[in-house]
Design a protein around this ligand. Structure first.
Ligand code: HEC
Length: 87
Protein backbone atom coordinates (compact mmCIF):
# COMPACT_ATOMS: atom_id res chain seq x y z
CA UNK A 1 0.00 0.00 0.00
CA UNK A 2 2.70 2.42 0.99
CA UNK A 3 4.58 1.61 -2.20
CA UNK A 4 1.55 2.16 -4.37
CA UNK A 5 1.00 5.56 -2.81
CA UNK A 6 4.63 6.44 -3.45
CA UNK A 7 4.18 5.45 -7.09
CA UNK A 8 1.08 7.62 -7.36
CA UNK A 9 2.96 10.55 -5.88
CA UNK A 10 5.76 10.07 -8.40
CA UNK A 11 3.25 10.00 -11.24
CA UNK A 12 1.64 13.23 -10.08
CA UNK A 13 5.03 14.88 -9.67
CA UNK A 14 6.13 13.66 -13.09
CA UNK A 15 2.95 14.94 -14.69
CA UNK A 16 3.33 18.31 -13.01
CA UNK A 17 6.92 18.52 -14.16
CA UNK A 18 5.95 17.68 -17.74
CA UNK A 19 3.23 20.31 -17.70
CA UNK A 20 5.52 22.89 -16.13
CA UNK A 21 8.43 22.22 -18.49
CA UNK A 22 6.16 22.55 -21.52
CA UNK A 23 5.09 26.09 -20.60
CA UNK A 24 6.53 28.89 -22.74
CA UNK A 25 9.44 30.34 -20.84
CA UNK A 26 10.66 33.35 -22.75
CA UNK A 27 8.77 36.07 -24.58
CA UNK A 28 9.93 34.55 -27.85
CA UNK A 29 8.47 31.17 -26.91
CA UNK A 30 5.28 32.91 -25.86
CA UNK A 31 5.08 34.60 -29.25
CA UNK A 32 5.79 31.34 -31.09
CA UNK A 33 3.19 29.47 -29.08
CA UNK A 34 0.35 32.00 -28.88
CA UNK A 35 0.54 33.70 -32.24
CA UNK A 36 0.39 30.35 -34.05
CA UNK A 37 -2.94 29.32 -32.59
CA UNK A 38 -5.07 30.84 -35.35
CA UNK A 39 -2.76 31.27 -38.33
CA UNK A 40 0.78 30.46 -39.37
CA UNK A 41 3.34 32.27 -37.30
CA UNK A 42 3.47 35.70 -38.97
CA UNK A 43 6.74 37.12 -40.19
CA UNK A 44 6.83 40.13 -37.91
CA UNK A 45 10.03 41.50 -39.42
CA UNK A 46 7.76 42.99 -42.09
CA UNK A 47 6.45 45.46 -39.54
CA UNK A 48 8.05 48.42 -37.84
CA UNK A 49 8.57 48.16 -34.12
CA UNK A 50 6.08 50.97 -33.47
CA UNK A 51 3.39 48.92 -35.23
CA UNK A 52 3.74 45.87 -32.97
CA UNK A 53 1.63 47.04 -30.04
CA UNK A 54 -1.22 47.96 -32.41
CA UNK A 55 -1.12 44.59 -34.16
CA UNK A 56 -1.16 42.63 -30.91
CA UNK A 57 -3.96 44.84 -29.57
CA UNK A 58 -5.96 44.33 -32.75
CA UNK A 59 -5.52 40.55 -32.50
CA UNK A 60 -6.93 40.65 -29.00
CA UNK A 61 -9.72 43.16 -29.56
CA UNK A 62 -10.91 42.29 -33.07
CA UNK A 63 -9.70 38.76 -33.82
CA UNK A 64 -10.48 37.13 -30.48
CA UNK A 65 -6.93 36.47 -29.35
CA UNK A 66 -7.75 37.72 -25.84
CA UNK A 67 -9.00 34.20 -25.13
CA UNK A 68 -5.51 32.89 -25.85
CA UNK A 69 -3.28 35.78 -24.78
CA UNK A 70 -3.81 37.58 -21.49
CA UNK A 71 -2.79 41.13 -20.60
CA UNK A 72 0.63 40.24 -19.19
CA UNK A 73 1.45 37.86 -22.03
CA UNK A 74 0.47 40.49 -24.60
CA UNK A 75 2.79 42.97 -22.92
CA UNK A 76 5.68 40.51 -22.99
CA UNK A 77 5.06 39.61 -26.60
CA UNK A 78 4.92 43.28 -27.63
CA UNK A 79 8.21 43.93 -25.84
CA UNK A 80 9.79 41.00 -27.64
CA UNK A 81 8.44 42.10 -31.03
CA UNK A 82 9.54 45.70 -30.53
CA UNK A 83 13.04 44.43 -29.96
CA UNK A 84 13.17 42.57 -33.27
CA UNK A 85 15.38 43.90 -36.00
CA UNK A 86 13.01 45.40 -38.59
CA UNK A 87 13.82 46.03 -42.20
C1 HEC B 1 -7.68 34.13 -31.76
C2 HEC B 1 -7.02 33.99 -33.04
C3 HEC B 1 -5.73 34.77 -33.28
C4 HEC B 1 -4.61 34.82 -32.51
C5 HEC B 1 -4.34 34.11 -31.18
C6 HEC B 1 -3.68 35.68 -33.20
N1 HEC B 1 -4.22 36.10 -34.38
FE1 HEC B 1 -3.28 37.20 -35.81
N2 HEC B 1 -4.92 37.06 -37.00
C7 HEC B 1 -6.12 36.48 -36.67
C8 HEC B 1 -7.07 36.67 -37.74
C9 HEC B 1 -8.52 36.18 -37.73
C10 HEC B 1 -6.40 37.42 -38.73
C11 HEC B 1 -6.97 37.91 -40.05
C12 HEC B 1 -7.15 36.81 -41.05
C13 HEC B 1 -5.84 36.30 -41.54
O1 HEC B 1 -5.05 37.07 -42.11
O2 HEC B 1 -5.57 35.08 -41.39
C14 HEC B 1 -5.05 37.63 -38.25
C15 HEC B 1 -4.07 38.29 -38.97
C16 HEC B 1 -2.81 38.63 -38.48
C17 HEC B 1 -1.83 39.42 -39.19
C18 HEC B 1 -1.97 40.00 -40.58
C19 HEC B 1 -1.92 38.96 -41.64
C20 HEC B 1 -0.55 38.45 -41.92
O3 HEC B 1 -0.38 37.19 -41.97
O4 HEC B 1 0.37 39.26 -42.12
C21 HEC B 1 -0.76 39.55 -38.36
C22 HEC B 1 0.54 40.31 -38.62
C23 HEC B 1 -1.07 38.85 -37.14
N3 HEC B 1 -2.32 38.28 -37.25
C24 HEC B 1 -0.24 38.78 -36.04
C25 HEC B 1 -0.53 38.11 -34.87
C26 HEC B 1 0.33 38.10 -33.70
C27 HEC B 1 1.66 38.82 -33.58
C28 HEC B 1 -0.28 37.33 -32.78
C29 HEC B 1 0.18 37.03 -31.35
C30 HEC B 1 0.31 38.18 -30.48
C31 HEC B 1 -1.54 36.85 -33.35
N4 HEC B 1 -1.64 37.35 -34.61
C32 HEC B 1 -2.43 36.00 -32.72
C33 HEC B 1 -6.38 35.77 -35.51
C34 HEC B 1 -5.48 35.57 -34.46
Amino acid sequence: MVRRRWLAAMLVAGGAWLWWSSLPRTAEELFRDRCRRCHNLPDMSRYRSDEMAGIVRMMRERNGADGVIDETEAKNIVEYLEGLESR
